[in-house]
Design a protein around this ligand. Structure first.
Ligand code: NAP
Length: 277
């Protein structure tokens, strides 16, 4: 039986236990899955014990970078971005499955990215993963971020996109909200952005009117204000629920040294949703 956990500042409401338990059971593996909420000031003293307590664990806000000094190595996106969401204790290896979860969410929603223009709002941890996956998939990617230092830092780090400090008045096929604006205390709001010409506006019809698909990484609420506006304009909308599930699926494949399969992941997601409606 695998002993697993998710570690974050406040993971008391996390969906990780139910998702991982569900996925692993379908893969024929029993597990225990605990939530470990750690105040940031205590993380350094508590991190070491995670490796002896759990076979593997997931890491979330705000410890995706803080865990790295405790690891022997990081792989793939975790190495590129310096952010880890999955740890295997025996090898002390860190992985990041967010980008793979995002790419699979788009694929399974039927959103073709090759040759499409994409606007990513926000260049934080998730924004940079999404920008890279869109660029890897052949999209022409622009990233808007209000913090210029962060924007150009990410640009130097991964490149492959146009860094925007103002959003041009042109259309993008896919618009992705990676700012987190629209959840918690910003429910009912969309990100406020600088438009070309110096106007500061909330994201609305101006940006979403010309797109084909609007994607929000937020999954609570299920329909953010960003997605509500896009839906009211007749656009395809996708929230972050599938990404969350798929990043868990990829993490479980790492735990079990199993080759991920897009069709299997989709089937599991549909079954999981059915059981959770
Ligand atoms: P983060 O590192 O805090 O990044 C958010 C970025 O958006 C920051 O660069 C922030 O800049 C920027 N931002 C905030 N308000 C903005 C605005 N009005 N205009 C432009 N940029 C703005 O957070 P994260 O870890 O990337 O997460 C972002 C969102 O993705 C959250 O909602 C999170 O829950 C979600 N997420 C979902 C999944 C999933 O599986 N569905 C996975 C990962 C993340 P400032 O620092 O200047 O505020």
């Amino acid at each position: 039986m695998l002993k697993l956990a998710v570690v974050g500042k406040d993971v008391s409401q996390s969906q990780s236990p139910s998702m991982h338990t569900f996925i692993l059971a379908k893969m024929g593996v029993r597990c225990s899955y605990e939530t470990v909420s750690v105040p940031p000031a205590q993380f350094l003293e508590r991190a070491e014990s995670l490796f002896s307590c759990y076979d593997a664990f997931n890491v979330t806000i705000p410890f995706k970078g803080e865990i790295i000094p405790f690891l022997k190595r990081t792989e793939g996106d975790a190495r590129i971005f310096g952010a880890v969401n999955t740890v295997v204790s025996a090898t002390r290896t860190g992985y990041n499955t967010d980008g793979e979860g995002f790419a699979l969410m788009l694929q399974n929603a039927g959103i073709e990215v090759k040759g499409k223009t994409a606007l990513v709002l926000g260049a934080g941890g998730a924004g940079r993963s999404c920008a890279k996956k869109l660029a890897d998939g052949g999209a022409l990617v622009s990233v808007y971020e209000r913090d210029e230092e962060r924007l150009f830092g990410v640009y130097r780090e991964i490149g492959g996109f146009s860094p925007l400090t103002e959003i041009p008045r042109e259309t993008f096929d896919i618009v992705v909200n990676c700012t987190g604006i629209g959840m918690h205390d910003t429910v009912g709001k969309t990100p406020v952005v600088s438009m070309e010409g110096g106007m500061i506006e909330p994201v609305g019809e101006q940006i979403l009117g010309g797109c084909k698909a609007a994607v929000d990484l937020i999954y609570v609420p299920a329909q953010s204000e960003f997605l509500r506006i896009a839906a009211s304009l007749g656009k395809q909308t996708v929230n972050g629920a599938a990404m969350l599930f798929y990043q868990a699926y990829y993490a479980d494949c790492i735990y079990l040294k199993r080759t991920p399969d897009a069709a299997e992941a989709k089937q599991l997601y549909l079954a999981y949703q059915e059981g959770n409606v």
